[in-house]
Design a protein around this ligand. Structure first.
Ligand code: ATR
Length: 273
């Protein structure tokens, strides 16, 4: 019997994780299955327990269960503890379940792939929710010259920045603080686009050669990337590489083999109409 993996979420029908992991398995010749599971609210822990009891080896966890997965895990990696959320579970030989978070590593891996170094750069991270928290530790490890965390609700940015002061130079504030600097890298980690809104980046906040990353992805340019393209920003990327990157880190945790993300990113881009 091949080893069993899967992803838990709600909604889950549009998840690209099965396609990504099956492509990784084929590429690295690993004998495994990977399935998407729609889990009802309130049923996360019981469903996960059953999955592992039935011999399942590992799970990805997506919205809205990352905090419940954090509570479910028997032990936590340091990066999961820092993120306060778990996107990957792995059953060990002793049956104990490890909770990890590969979002930050997947994101930094994608910035490397794009050749957008963070070290010594001025970085703007927009948003102060789970997505921003998930990458903040990994970003600060790269030692940017400055990291401004700007959020619609300034208080949330202050609180999040306070949680990470020991990890590096991070300042939290409201959107008005985006006017204070010219940034080399700008990252949209808000869910504003789900509500048809765009964080109001001022045209003055782009350093020459600035690169802009939107953690969401779409078939065309996301609304945020379309806005900054209008400001003559040339280096743009959406979150498809991060999606594949975090999956690759999970795959590595489970199988000890690091897949090549590039052909899978290309495959997903071609699959979208
Ligand atoms: P996620 O896990 O996707 O980060 P979250 O924890 O609910 O979700 O956080 C959502 C983030 O998107 C927050 O930074 C939120 O800003 P507030 O803290 O001010 O709510 C931001 N966001 C959501 N809708 C937004 C909108 N319409 N305009 C601007 N920011 C928005």
């Amino acid at each position: 019997m091949p080893d069993r993996y899967g992803v838990f979420g709600n909604p889950i029908s549009h998840s690209k994780s099965p396609e990504i992991h099956r492509a990784f398995a084929k590429q690295t010749k690993q004998d495994l299955t990977y399935q998407a599971f729609h889990v009802e609210s309130g049923c996360f822990a019981s469903t996960a327990r059953q999955f592992f009891r039935d011999g399942g080896c590992g799970l990805n966890i997506t919205v809205p269960f990352k905090e419940e997965a954090f509570a479910f895990a028997d032990e936590l990696s340091q990066r999961a503890q820092i993120a306060g959320a778990v996107n990957t579970l792995r059953r060990g030989a002793d049956g104990r379940v490890l909770g990890d978070n590969t979002d930050g590593a997947g994101f930094i891996g994608d910035l490397r792939r794009l050749a957008w170094p963070i070290n010594n750069k001025k970085v703007l991270l927009i948003g102060a929710g789970g997505a921003a928290r998930g990458v903040l530790g990994a970003l600060l490890k790269e030692q940017p010259q400055l990291l401004l965390l700007a959020n619609r609700t300034a208080k949330r940015a202050h609180l999040l920045a306070e949680d990470f002061v020991s990890e590096g130079r991070v300042v939290g504030g409201g959107y008005e603080r985006m006017q204070e600097y010219r940034f080399d890298i700008i990252i949209n980690a808000t869910s504003a686009s789900l509500f048809g809104e765009i964080p109001p980046v001022p045209p003055t906040c782009f350093a020459s050669g600035c690169a802009v990353y939107d953690m969401v992805y779409a078939n065309e340019l996301t609304p945020f990337l379309a806005l900054v393209k209008g400001f003559e920003v040339k280096r743009l990327a959406d979150g498809i590489g991060m999606l594949v990157g975090q999956a690759a880190e999970s795959f590595y945790l489970w199988r000890g083999v690091r897949p090549n993300v590039n052909p899978v990113i290309q495959q997903l881009k071609q699959a979208t109409p």
